[in-house]
Structure formats: C-alpha cells, structure tokens
Design a protein around this ligand. Structure first.
Ligand SMILES: NC(=O)c1ccc[n+]([C@@H]2O[C@H](COP(=O)([O-])OP(=O)(O)OC[C@H]3O[C@@H](n4cnc5c(N)ncnc54)[C@H](OP(=O)(O)O)[C@@H]3O)[C@@H](O)[C@H]2O)c1
Length: 503
C-alpha cells in the first residue's frame, strides 16, 4: 500500500484526506514514478472544486507536476527505465507516494538538477516561454508588463523576459512580492493594489505604453493594463487567478491597434509537440547555464499538501510551493556543484564565511552549499561535560571501564545529541547575515542518528542552505546538515536545523 492525499468529495483543501491506496502498475505506455517532489500549480486548487477543464475520476489525488524515480515501466516504454530520475506532467495524482503517468509526459531529469527544482520548471517556464515567444513575439528592446509577477507563471515570465532582452515591469500586490521580482531581474516594479497603476506605466514608458502584457490574473486588473498597451502591442491572456473572467469592450483593441491573444500551453504541447520540445530544450539550456532558477517559497510534507493549496489560494505563495513527498531521496540528490558555484559568486565570502546581505539574499541562495566544518575530536571529556549538562549518565557514555568489556564497540560512545550540539559552533564559522539584529539557533525539524560516535573519533559537519521563510522582518532559515565521523562511510547524523533571524 502507498500513502496518498485524496479528494473524495469536491470542495476546498480541507476536504482532502490522507489515505492508503494499492500500489500502482503500468499499462504498456505508462510509467510508475516514486514521487519525490510535487509542485503546486493553480489548476490543483480548481480541480478539487470541480472547476477545472480536466475532471479525473473520484477519488483522485491532486498534484499535476512531479519529479521522482521510476519504479516500473510498461512494455512499450523505451526512453526511460527503472531507477531513472525523471520529471513529469501527470495532470493529477502527484500528492502521493506513487503516480502513474503516460510515458510521453515523462522526461529524464537534466544532469545535476535537484528534485525540488525539477518539479517546478516545466509548467511555469513552459507556459511563459511559449506565451512570450510564440504568442507575444517579444523582441529585444521591447517593454514587457507582467501582472501577478510574483506568482508561478508570472515570476517565470519576469526571468524569461529579461533573458529575451526586454525591459520588464513587474506588477504584484505587495512589497515582499515585488522585492523578489526585482531580485529576479525586473527593471521596474508597481504595486497594483495601490492607486495610480496607469500613471506609473505612462511614466516608465514615456507615454508610449507597453509592447507586451502578460496577464495570468484577469478580473479588475485587465482593463487598466489593456488601456496601457502601446501601438501594435500584444496582450497575452494567460489565466484568471483573481477569479472573474473580465469582459472587455472590443473597441479598445481597435483604438489601441493591438492584438489580444489567447495562450493555452497544454493545447500547444498536444498540437505542436515538435515546437514544444524545441522550447523545452531551449529552457533546459538556460537552466544548465544557470540563467533560470525557480524561486521556492516553501516545501511541505505530504500530510501538509492541503496547507500548500491554501497558501496558494490565499495569495501567500511567491514563485513555487512544493510538496516534498520523499525527503530522504531529495536529500541524497542535492543540486550540482555548477549551481552552487554560480551562487557562490553572488554571495561574498570573508575569512572563509559566506556574508549574506539580508534574509532575501539568503532566501535567493537556496541550495547553496555552505561548506564543511573543521574536524572536532569527540573525546571523553566532551562526553562527560554533555552528560553533566543533560544529567544523562547512561553507562555506555560515561563508564569507560564497563564499556571496555560490555559495549559492542569496546569503547564509550557519545550521545547523538552531543554531536548535534556542535552545530551552532560550526554554523557560526560558515555564514553571517549583515542585516540581522538577532539570530538564534531555534530548533530541529528532523533529526536521525544513523551510526554511533565512538569516543575519540573525529567528527565534522556538512551544511546546505535549504530554504528561508520570511514574515514581517523575521526569518526562519532551514539548513540541511550531515555529520560524518572520520573513516566511517555511513553518516552519524542527518538533520534539518532551523535558525530564527530578526532584522
Ligand atoms: N494558459 C495557460 O496555458 C496557463 C498555464 C499555466 C497557468 N495558467 C493560469 O495562470 C494563472 C496563474 O497560475 P499560477 O500557477 O502562476 O498561480 P499563482 O502562483 O497562484 O499566481 C497567481 C497570482 O495571481 C495574483 N492574484 C490576484 N488575485 C488573486 C486571487 N484572488 N487569488 C489568487 N491569486 C490572485 C497573485 O498575485 P498578487 O497577490 O501579487 O496579486 C498570484 O501571485 C492561473 O489562472 C492558471 O490557471 C494558464
């Protein structure tokens, strides 16, 4: 049996239940993927309410875009095999430990890409690239206005607009979202929940208006944007995240001499698979060069998939929310050196320490390898000090004579938490945050002690910056750490540490 988040009756995310279902088997043209990560897309929030064009049979798991490892393939499948790391557009079924997908929608993961990134690229970048290139004919030197610019497809449009040489104006509803758009390369930002949206566009474009407008939001945002379009402009109708489909008087298109153009990436992929594949290859190229990188808002365990959906519905998500179904597999496949290096060049180093400017800088540096600490010898005095501090005097830790004859190792061993207690010392040596008034080692999300720490062994810690959550000038910084002992293959401890930072 496998675990799955199931929609058994239509409604909001609170209707979803977690349940066991039978393991899946593939038909000839199908693939079974052991899901590692499943990103959240807007259609997931509609499908569970029966408001989306695709209507899976009940009960079903939402979650349309996954990355993972192939468990089995049907007899006709040739391009991927058991054990391959893949990403796929499954449509639904991704909020589960396994998903069944038609083979043509499954692609090998580009070398060096981590699972979280792989689950977050195809849908957003595929849509936005098709929109800007094939429907908007965006050219170098033109202006591009992106509405909902901090959302999934919006932020991808900001990044791609810059790569395509446009001057990008990002519009979103609050300053935190706009700051991320700026970090992703937007030349101008506009808070469209404030007054004066059209005047600001007029000023930025010297009265000319915008050449291409990317609109995934709809509702009351559409008309003022369309009224701000330039002569010969292209208005891209991408989606209606704000709810209402706007009704626009067609004389506006006449008066502006502009094109109002629909974008439907799914249909394009079906009808023009060759062109779509070319686009995906071009995108893979941008990723390999480090020119594109999805902004990950947060990861959620499978049980919290409904929270992820609520966060999207409540406009909290910036970039991508990702449900991490298999934490262990994700940990074993960190991002490649290449990505780390490109990040290292953005983060200054002083005395061997990374110096982050602020919490947003830290957040942007997701996946950065913070480094490896010096070796520390776990001698008996450290074990004794720890036992005194915690009042945990188990003989296997402190009784050296008895350990000689009775311990399976012939020596005392350190308490697992003993080595974990070194993590602040190690982390202080690895990075600093310039804007921090206070930072506090706050806790551990997950800890596993995997092998013993025998007295007098040398231990050290490897750390990778996982993610940063920011709210009202406070941040929670999540760091994946692995402790190793010299000469031992298996790690002694893996943990996800949390630091609290106040700016
Ligand atoms: N045509 C296609 O081929 C295609 C492909 C993919 C997606 N889409 C569509 O594009 C739209 C955006 O998808 P996404 O995955 O980027 O979603 P998303 O990450 O939730 O982004 C949507 C953005 O819309 C804005 N928004 C304004 N009012 C909202 C409201 N009442 N509820 C939610 N968001 C609101 C939010 O930004 P602010 O808070 O800054 O306003 C939000 O960041 C959806 O309608 C989706 O179906 C279309």
């Amino acid at each position: 049996m496998i675990k799955a988040v199931l929609c058994k009756s239509f409604g909001d995310p609170d209707q979803l239940v977690i349940d066991q279902i039978a393991e899946l088997t593939p038909d000839d043209n199908e693939v079974i993927i052991q899901v590692v990560a499943c990103s959240v897309n807007y259609p997931d929030t509609l499908m569970i309410k029966n408001m989306y064009q695709f209507k899976p049979e009940m009960p079903f798991s939402p979650g349309g875009e996954v990355s993972g490892i192939i468990k089995s393939v049907g007899s006709a499948v040739k391009h991927v095999k058991q054990g391959d790391k893949v990403f796929a557009l499954c449509g639904w079924g991704g909020f589960a430990e396994e998903v069944k997908v038609i083979a043509k929608r499954v692609f090998p993961m580009p070398e060096g890409m981590d699972f979280i990134t792989a689950s977050s690229v195809m849908y957003n970048y595929g849509t936005s690239f098709h929109a800007l290139k094939d429907r908007g004919y965006l050219k170098e030197g033109e202006t591009l206005l992106v509405l909902g610019a901090a959302g999934g497809v919006g932020l991808a449009a900001v990044e791609l607009g810059k790569i395509m040489g446009a001057t990008v104006i990002a519009a979103a509803s609050n300053d935190e979202k706009l700051l991320i758009c700026k970090e992703k390369g937007a030349d101008h930002i506009i808070n469209y929940s404030e007054e004066g949206f059209r005047d600001k566009i007029k000023t930025i474009t010297n009265g000319k208006g915008v050449d291409v407008i990317y609109d995934p939001v709809g509702d009351q945002y559409t008309e003022p944007a369309l009224r701000s379009i330039a002569y010969n402009g292209r208005y891209l109708v991408v989606g209606f995240a704000a709810g209402k489909i706007p009704e626009i008087a067609l004389n506006l298109a006449l008066l502006k001499s502009c094109a109002i153009t629909g974008v439907f990436w799914g249909q394009f992929a079906e009808k023009e698979p060759g062109l779509n594949m070319k686009n995906l290859q071009q995108l893979a190229n941008y990723f390999q060069k480090g020119q594109l990188k999805p902004h990950i808002y947060k990861t959620y365990p499978l049980e919290e998939a409904p929270v992820a959906l609520w966060d999207m519905i409540n406009r909290k998500v910036i970039g991508k929310a990702v449900v991490l179904v298999n934490e262990e597999a994700n940990r074993s496949n960190p991002p490649i050196q290449k990505v780390e290096k490109s990040e290292v060049s953005e983060v200054q180093q002083k005395d061997g320490k990374f110096i982050f400017k602020n919490l947003h800088h830290l957040k942007q540096s997701y996946g950065l390898k913070l480094g490896t600490s010096d070796w520390v010898t776990m001698d008996q005095s450290k074990i004794n000090d720890f036992a005194r501090a915690t009042e945990d005097f188990q003989w296997i830790h402190v009784d050296t004579e008895r350990a000689k004859s009775e311990s399976p190792f012939g020596k005392t061993i350190a308490h697992g938490f003993n080595v974990l207690a070194f993590s602040p010392k190690f982390l202080y040596a690895m990075f600093d945050i310039e804007s921090a008034k206070l930072s506090l080692n706050y806790g551990c999300n997950k800890v596993r002690f995997m092998s013993p720490i025998i007295v007098d062994s040398k231990v050290r810690m490897h750390a990778i910056l996982k993610e940063t959550e920011i709210e009202n000038g406070r941040g929670k910084v999540f760091i994946d750490v692995t402790f190793e002992a010299q000469g031992q293959d298996k790690p002694i401890c893996v943990a996800e540490l949390i630091s609290m930072v106040i700016e």
